[in-house]
Design a protein around this ligand. Sequence first.
Ligand code: RP5
Length: 161
Amino acid sequence: MPTVAVICGSRSDLPSLNGCFEVLDSYGIAWEASVISAHRQADALHAYVAAAETGGVRVFIGAAGLAAHLPGVLASLTARPVIGIPLDGGSLGGADALYAVVQMPPGVPVATVAIGSAGAKNAAHLAARILALSDAELADRVAAFRGSQATKAELRIDPRR
Ligand code: RP5
């Protein structure tokens, strides 16, 4: 049963999400991914969110480009945490999607990460940290990842090692 649902607005978004899927896998988090457009398949999106909640999804990740309303619509449909990834497929380099995802009205929060593949990875890391609040083993894996990052940074600044 997935605990994280990743939804993107188009099949064309999927390559941008590989890093998200890899990071979720690295934490051993069960996830599922779906392509459901907020603009083109509104009814299907409503039905999916209801079913996902019933099925045990605890964190939603929404990814879209252009006028990226998908994460915001997800946040309108669920009280569970929604993380939004603005994608950079459009002619404005993702600034369009960033504004659409980050500028949510008060009371309808979307935790917005960076544009594109960096954001896709961070969406997965943030989901892990949310889930780790109630999962001690996952919290250990998050701590281990943070430790490995520190080690890598240390190596970068000292070429003799
Ligand atoms: C957005 O429009 C999607 O998330 C995608 O980033 C963009 C273009 O979609 P397609 O025309 O490739 O389906 O809704």
